[in-house]
Design a binder for this molecule. Structure first.
Ligand code: G3P
Length: 218
């Protein structure tokens, strides 16, 4: 499973990349706004931190403008993945950009039908938002299961399921059990994946016993 980091905070990405935990990055207009930085500048900086796909989302809503924005964004760096919303204009833009060989991440997916349309449009990635569905008492992980089942019925579909809107480690584990290719994780959730109280207590006990020996390895 590929781990993408869902943030536009360069310091967070750099720290996790140094730990070998970054296979790519996803941003969206809200994350860019939160960074307080110019979009092209922060995307360029992020693209230099990882060779993996870096999602940069268009903000236009009409096809011609979306396509122009997408063509601008992809020129920022070779690993830019243009992100488009799952609308008619977004899918039309996806088809045009993917035909040119541009990576495209189709986002704001909330149904299997939407995911099938994104695959038909040549999406590189589909981003179903599990957390936002859970937030309103729908079963976000069932959407992932349904999309994967549909995609696996058609071997010609190469679109990868990029599980997004992840709220906690259980989302990640369940997505991995289902075989989703990618998960995009807030930095805090990545760090939560590491944690287990028995690891901490076990290490403390090992070191306490080791100190009693009076030895040192070096
Ligand atoms: O960036 C796409 C997605 O991960 C956003 O998730 O937390 O805003 O529901 P969230």
């Amino acid at each position: 499973m590929k781990f993408f980091v869902d943030t536009a905070e360069v310091s967070e990405i750099r720290s996790l990349a140094e730990a070998g935990l970054v296979d790519g990055v996803t941003t969206n207009p809200s994350l860019i706004a939160k960074s307080g930085r110019r979009m092209a500048e922060v995307i360029a900086e992020i693209c230099a931190l990882t060779p993996g796909p870096v999602s940069a989302e268009v903000t236009a809503t009409e096809y011609d403008s979306m396509l122009a924005e997408g063509r601008y964004l992809r020129e920022i760096a070779p690993n830019v993945c243009v992100k488009v919303p799952l609308t008619e204009a977004g899918l039309r833009t996806c088809r045009a950009l993917s035909a040119d060989g541009t990576l495209v991440n189709v986002t704001l997916c909330f149904s299997p039908a939407q995911a099938l349309l994104a695959a038909k449009s040549g999406a590189t990635f589909i981003s179903p938002f599990v957390g936002r569905l859970d937030d309103i008492a729908y079963d976000g992980m069932q959407l992932i299961a349904d999309i994967l089942k549909i995609y696996r019925n058609y071997p010609h579909i190469k679109t990868e399921v990029l599980v997004a809107s992840i709220r906690h480690p259980v989302h990640l584990v369940e997505a991995a059990k289902l075989g989703a290719e990618v998960a995009t994780l807030p930095p805090a959730v990545i760090r939560q994946l590491l944690k287990h109280p028995l690891t901490d207590s076990g290490l403390a006990a090992f070191l306490a016993d080791w100190r009693k020996t009076g030895q040192s390895i070096l």
